[in-house]
Write a protein that binds this ligand. Structure first.
Ligand SMILES: N[C@@H](CCC(=O)N[C@@H](CS)C(=O)NCC(=O)O)C(=O)O
Length: 214
């Protein structure tokens, strides 16, 4: 495919879990792309130019030639559709692919309390001293149950070969692990394996400026 016109719009702070997922997807597909930053604090994402691209005013947005697409999981599916010659981001087996989509949808629509109490920026800029609330602990238990059920004993990945759902799950688990919260050893090892991937290292290696604490 002709990928020279791929652009990925991400937040200028490079902390969004969704931007990371789209970035990792492009890297795993080995597609060259330009990274374009949007200053979310300056509300650049609400300016007309970006709204016209994204519709939703959210990052990430992928631009491919004259087509713009937001929503990180939709971006991964689109990349699999346009670049068939490189590694698949989602499993090829119909049921495993459905399961991967189930997990992706759940991670994006539920567990908001974990996202609130353990925001992704702590992965880069240090810990939150606040203990998890009782409500968050219930969500954490459910997260561990789902992860434990899907990650078969001894398996490196959720669905046989690596898939983008591995990155999405590892990001959610790393909100806890990076903060020093308890994560079962097997799941902690899984997160570290995911963090060892070149695609994830590529994201982690981006230079970030820590926010000024007021
Ligand atoms: N479900 C979307 C979530 C995207 C999202 O919430 N992006 C946040 C950054 S983490 C954003 O653009 N926030 C800016 C704003 O709402 O003003 C996805 O998976 O891409």
């Amino acid at each position: 495919m002709e990928s020279s016109q791929l652009k990925l719009y991400v937040g200028a702070d490079f902390v969004s879990a969704f931007a990371m997922s789209a970035f990792v997807a492009l890297k795993e597909k080995q597609l060259p792309f330009d990274l374009v930053t949007i200053d979310l604090k300056a509300r650049e994402n609400y300016q007309a130019d970006y709204q016209n691209l994204s519709m939703t005013c959210k990052i990430p947005t992928l631009v491919h030639q004259d087509f713009a697409l937001s929503e990180s999981s939709a971006i991964a599916e689109y990349l699999d559709d346009i670049a068939t010659e490189t590694r698949k981001l989602l499993p090829t087996d119909i049921r495993l692919r459905a399961r991967a989509r189930q997990l992706q949808a759940w991670l994006r629509s539920d567990l908001l309390i974990i996202r609130r109490e353990r925001p992704a920026d702590l992965i880069y800029f240090g810990k939150k001293e606040m203990p998890l609330s009782d409500e968050a602990l219930v969500a954490v238990d459910r997260l561990f149950f789902v992860a434990d059920r899907l990650l078969k004993g001894g398996a490196d990945h959720l669905f046989g070969d690596w898939s983008i759902a591995d990155t999405d799950l590892a990001i959610m688990l790393n909100r806890l692990l990076a903060n020093g919260d308890h994560v079962p050893a097997r799941l902690a090892a899984y997160v570290r394996r995911q963090w060892d991937r070149d695609s994830v290292r590529g994201w982690m290696d981006i230079e970030r400026v820590a926010p000024v604490v007021q």
